[in-house]
Every structure is written in C-alpha cells, then in structure tokens.
Design a protein around this ligand. Structure first.
Ligand code: AMP
Length: 420
C-alpha cells in the first residue's frame, strides 16, 4: 500500500486519458465560440453565502454536499458546487449588465460536492457550463439546448435524447405546489423520510425521489404541466415547437425539476447511452429570478452544466476515437558522454527553429532507441563521436525506417524538407 492515497471521490486523470479530455475541451471551446459564447473564469471558491442564496438553502447541494469552511482570515467560504452562482456574481460585480443583450458565457473547470461516490459520481469533478443572459424568449432556451446537443453530436455521441419539462413560475407554481403537498400529506404514511422533509422545505424535489416506496406516490401526483399559467404554457409550447421543427427528439419528463423559486419555466437534461444509471450528461434550465436575487437588475437567464467525467465515460463506452496528443517531432539519441553536449546543442537549435524535440536522458543506445520508439517522434537523430568529427548526424525517419546522414548545421532544414 502506498503511504498516501487519493481521497475518496477524487480521481487522477493520467496521461493515457488526457487525449479524451483535451478533445472534449477543444470541442467545447470551438463550438461555444462558433455559437457566440465568450469564456469566463471565476474563482474556485466564493463566500458560502453566495451559494446558499444562488443555489438555495433547501437544496441537497447546500444542505449536505458543500465543501464549506472557515478560512484562516475567518471568512466563511466554500469550494464551488456549481458554476452559475459565481458567474452571476461576476456578471453583476463587473458591470456586465450594461453589455448589449444577450450576454453569452461559458466556463470549464472543477466542481466540488461531498456526495456518495459511485461510477459517474465524484466529489471533485469537472463541468462545462454555459449561460445566456437577458433574453426571455424560448429561442434562448433552444440556443442553450442546441449548444449542449451539438457539442455531444460533434463528438460522435450516439443515442442522444433531450428530457424536457417546465417548472412554472412564481405565479403558477405556488398553487401547484400546494396541490402536490396535499397529495403527499394524504400519503404521509407511505413516503420516505427524505420526502416527508422535502414536502415541508422544497416540495418539488419529491418528484425526483429515487426511493422505491415513493414511486407509486409520484406516479399518482398532480402534473405541473396541467397547472402552468398561460405565459409558462405558451413558453413551453413554443420551445417544443422549435425542437420539433428542428427534428430534435425530446421526451417530456414530469419528474424533472429544480425546486427553487428563482428557477422558472424550462428544465432539461441531455441523456446519452453507455454509462448505466448516471445517464444524464447535462442538465440545465431557466432562472429568471436569480440575478435579481443576487442583487442585480432583474434579468432573465438560461443555462446548463455538463459533466466532463461522464462525457469521457460515454466516449470510452461508445468507442469514440480521439486524436492522439501532439508529441515532439524529433527524438535525439547520443553515444557516450563526449557527444552529450553536442546533442544538447542540437536540441536547442531544433527548438529555436520551431521544431518540437526531446533528448534521451542517458542510457545505452539501445535503451535510447527504445525510448525513441515509445516517444512517437517522427524522426530520431543519432549523435555519435565519428559523426561529430565530420559535422554530421544520422537522421532516421521512424515512419519508413529509412536512415540518412545529414549535415549537423542544416539538420532542421533537412527535417522540414523530409516533412514535405
Ligand atoms: P447538476 O449541476 O447537478 O445539474 O449536474 C449537471 C451535470 O454535471 C450532470 O448532468 C452530470 O453530468 C454532472 N455531475 C453532477 N454531479 C456530478 C458528480 N458528483 N460527479 C460527476 N459528474 C456530476
């Protein structure tokens, strides 16, 4: 057993897995930029209070999962358990409210939640996140959903599906919530302890309870969609119309909720096949009350957060090929101590000429050539004493196995020529 092990729920992302991560990050950035989203990076930690308000006191995230602590200055701070609250804080604090609307932002980075770890569920994980601020029309919901969809689609994900729902607004939701609470009170004996608590503090959340005993109660519960106000119903119908027009498969999922007052109207998830129970790769929705709640001017918003570990799991489960990461073009091997400084000089010259190069770190020529093979370099240069005496080196093309003698001074040029 090693003396130190990684903490429960954390992962090392080793070099062999990096091609998946790099490919995913590149795709996110390329497509987000092509769709008019600008990148924003906010701190990994913020005042705990921001998340209490911005995520909600009554959510599992805030109640049970936040890495919150007092720092050495006595400030109550927390590692971010999601992006949106921090991005909204930055939007307000940096005066971005005066920018022409919509403001379209994306972020990539680590997220922390003290959850029970399992496959696809970790305590430190990564998300890419996007937000559109300042647009009330469901066209913004569509745009945010298409961004998520097109990223997965461009990665080659098979069997993508949208799950959609509406959670109403402060006008229609309270009435629905009292009907729901009434239904639950009538079945108080049958529901789980968590739901007994949820009915009191965050009633919509009973709908996504996973306990078997609660399933028949959920099935018999009143449906939010039957209780939407005119505006919310029209918003949902319009969004569905857009999705249908674009031929995007979507399932109405009456159990999909965000149980807080400032989340409004649309909620959605993207599901992908191949990763078992944790099928949701992305979740999002509209939060028209959030910016105001955090002290900004009333501004509608819609966004999503997407798990990157789960996206990598899908890539692997669906056998999606990813390009290898670029390796140095040239590997330099050398024979004996006397040639080491010539080899080091050559290394510098190649790098200055803009060619990626690395050098063997000692060992027999045989072991150096093995390293060269492993390095995936296209060319190996062999520097020997006899060659140095004649101002030449041996240049081996690793793809064809062909070997030639090249002038020491013009070797960068020779390599460029051989590359065509
Ligand atoms: P949420 O912020 O809870 O709506 O989650 C958004 C997405 O982040 C989910 O669809 C998952 O892909 C991912 N995700 C959420 N929690 C975790 C976790 N503990 N570990 C890994 N991925 C997660």
């Amino acid at each position: 057993m090693p003396k130190y092990a990684r903490l429960k729920g954390t992962q090392d992302i080793l070099p062999v897995e990096q091609p998946y991560w790099e490919h995913l990050r590149m795709r996110v950035a390329e497509i987000a930029r092509a769709y008019g989203f600008e990148r924003i990076d906010t701190p990994i930690f913020e005042l705990t209070e921001l998340f209490n308000r911005g995520v909600g006191d009554a959510t599992d995230i805030v109640e049970k999962e936040m890495y919150a602590f007092k720092d050495r200055g006595g400030n109550e701070i927390a590692l971010r358990p999601e992006f949106t609250a921090g991005v909204m804080r930055a939007y307000i604090e940096n005066g971005m409210q005066v920018l022409p609307k919509p403001v379209k932002l994306y972020s990539i980075g680590p997220i922390f939640r003290h959850e029970q770890p399992q496959a696809g569920r970790y305590r430190q994980f990564h998300q890419f996140n996007a937000e559109i601020l300042g647009v009330q029309d469901p066209l913004a919901d569509l745009e945010i959903m298409l961004l998520a969809w097109d990223i997965y689609d461009s990665l080659g994900f098979q069997s993508l599906a949208f799950q959609v729902h509406s959670t109403g607004c402060p006008i229609c939701r309270p009435q629905y919530v009292s009907l729901l609470a009434e239904h639950y009170r009538a079945h108080a004996d049958a529901i789980c302890d968590d739901c007994k608590r949820r009915v009191a503090v965050n009633p919509l959340r009973v709908l996504d309870c996973k306990q078997p005993q609660c399933q028949p109660i959920i099935a018999g519960a009143p449906k939010m969609l039957e209780h939407l106000c005119g505006e919310c119903a029209a918003h949902f119908t319009k969004l569905r119309g857009y999705l249908e027009h674009l031929g995007k498969p979507h399932t109405i999922n009456p159990r999909l909720v965000r149980g807080l007052d400032y989340y409004t109207k649309t909620v959605f998830e993207v599901w992908a096949e191949g990763i078992g129970a944790q099928a949701a790769v992305c979740g999002g929705g509209r939060y028209d009350g959030l910016i105001e709640l955090l002290g900004g001017h009333p501004t509608p918003g819609v966004g999503f957060a997407a798990g990157m570990e789960r996206a990598v799991m899908v890539m692997q489960a669906q056998h999606i090929a990813v390009p290898p990461l670029p390796a140095p073009l040239v590997f330099i091997a050398f024979l004996g101590d006397a040639t080491a400084r010539h080899a080091a000089q050559l290394l510098r010259a190649l790098r200055q000429a803009g060619l990626g190069a690395q050098i063997a770190m000692g060992g027999s020529l045989r072991s150096q050539l093995r390293q060269a093979d492993k390095s995936a370099a296209r060319f190996t240069l062999i520097v020997g004493e006899d060659e140095i005496a004649q101002d030449v080196v041996t240049l081996r093309d690793m793809a064809t196995g062909e070997q030639e003698t090249a002038p020491l001074n013009g070797v960068a040029q020779t390599i460029v020529e051989r590359l065509g």
